[in-house]
Design a protein around this ligand. Structure first.
Ligand SMILES: Cc1ncc(COP(=O)(O)O)c(C=O)c1O
Length: 391
């Protein structure tokens, strides 16, 4: 009998094997040119990213974290201002707000979608006296409820700044690609992302020409002409080496995202056949102790940066150990809400303030999902999960 396949949580080597020739030729081009920072390759990437995201402007920068910081700087957000964001996200979302002296106003998530809960957002906005932006996160590659959040942002006359680090290529309920509905959206090229570089990188997208120009200035120390600094900026430039690698990968991104969706549909179907229900049904409702991601209806489109299931908190670590013993990688995004991080202690939050965030932090498990996953690997993941939750 053949031994079961190993299934790492992510396998970037498998991806590289499919593009090795293209990447090497592109990297050679940079060394032949010896132009390493910004320049023509970066500009070409920016045009291609704008076309991909269906926006007028894409501005690259040093990381997704910098993209968030630059977006808030370009909107003049500073000390004493309030920015609504979720706590169930990567640190950078709220880190950028606090870095500028503004206050992250943490709002709970919708437990089914992991996005800002629109009703809770509205209630929090009503309590804010210096609300300056609403910052949803398209977590796991699924678009937030943009319609409700945009309506609220318009009512309050504040910009919607999207943390789209995990969602390149996703479409919201209007059918539009993530990146153009808010005032500005922030993306990451962290190597594990759906479009990942060979190091740090990020970009911003916007349809606003004046904002795009300001972002381009802020990323080079606030300078639009050499040695003239109109304002204080930061150094956050993309390398040409990153740009050429990303240009190669961008050509494959639609196909890779489609493959992720096929794997997600196959996971959904296999788990549903065994009795799992979608995460729109709380685990407290009983039945098989397994919930699959909430379905997304066209024209919205998920890009499954992560395929995240939920199991009762007490089962999560044992499930992960069971999977590891069978060669299946898994991960937890995120084990602690940002409202409970030590660096935000001054905000005075306690466990229970954001109950859905706290519950998700205890229950979520990300399973392997990437374009190169084979059917045999995926079936081994399914069998390994099911023999744990059905026993
Ligand atoms: C939701 C979210 N926001 C922001 C970031 C920050 O991006 P980076 O790691 O490129 O700084 C990431 C990724 O790491 C992320 O997942």
């Amino acid at each position: 009998m053949s031994s079961p396949p190993r299934v790492p949580a992510l396998d970037l080597r498998a991806q590289y094997a499919t593009i090795r020739g293209e990447v090497r030729a592109a990297v050679d081009r940079v060394f032949e040119n010896q132009a390493f920072i910004l320049g023509e390759e970066v500009e070409a990437l920016e045009r291609e990213l704008a076309a991909f995201c269906e926006v007028r402007f894409a501005i690259t920068c040093g990381s997704g974290s910098d993209a968030l910081l630059l977006a808030l700087m370009a909107l003049d957000i500073g000390p004493g201002d309030e920015v609504i964001c979720p706590a169930f996200t990567f640190f950078a979302t709220a880190g950028a707000v606090a870095r500028l002296g503004a206050r992250p106003v943490f709002v709970d998530i919708d437990p089914a979608t992991y996005d800002l809960d629109p009703a809770a957002t509205r209630a929090a906005a009503a309590r804010c006296t210096r609300l300056r932006a609403i910052l949803p996160v398209h977590l796991y590659g699924r678009a937030a409820d943009q319609g409700a959040l945009l309506a609220l942002a318009e009512e309050r006359r504040v910009p919607l700044v999207e943390d789209a680090a995990q969602a390149i290529g996703a479409r919201d309920a209007s059918g539009r690609r993530i990146g153009g509905r808010g005032r500005v959206a922030c993306f990451s090229f962290y190597p594990t992302k759906n479009l990942g570089g060979a190091g740090e990188g990020g970009f911003l997208s916007t349809d606003d020409a004046a904002l795009a120009e300001r972002l381009r200035r802020l990323r080079v120390h606030g300078s639009s002409r050499r040695y003239a600094h109109e304002e204080l900026g930061i150094n956050s430039r993309l390398d040409a080496l990153q740009a050429v690698v990303l240009r190669v990968k961008l050509r494959h991104l639609d196909a890779w995202n489609a493959a992720r969706c096929r794997h997600a549909a196959a996971y959904d179907e296999a788990f549903a056949r065994a009795g799992a229900r979608p995460s729109t049904v709380s685990l407290a409702a009983g039945g098989l102790p397994l919930r699959t991601p909430a379905p997304v209806a066209a024209p919205a489109a998920h890009v499954y940066h992560q395929y995240v299931i939920r199991v009762p908190a007490a089962l999560r670590d044992p499930l992960r150990e069971h999977l590891a013993a069978r060669g299946v990688g898994s991960d937890v995004y995120y084990p602690l809400g940002l409202h409970l991080q030590p660096c935000f202690a001054a905000l005075g939050h306690r466990e229970g303030d954001l109950p859905e965030t706290d519950r998700a932090a205890r229950e979520v498990v990300a399973l392997p999902i990437y374009a190169e996953l084979s059917d045999a690997q995926r079936e081994h993941v399914v069998a390994s999960v099911l023999d744990f939750v059905t026993r």
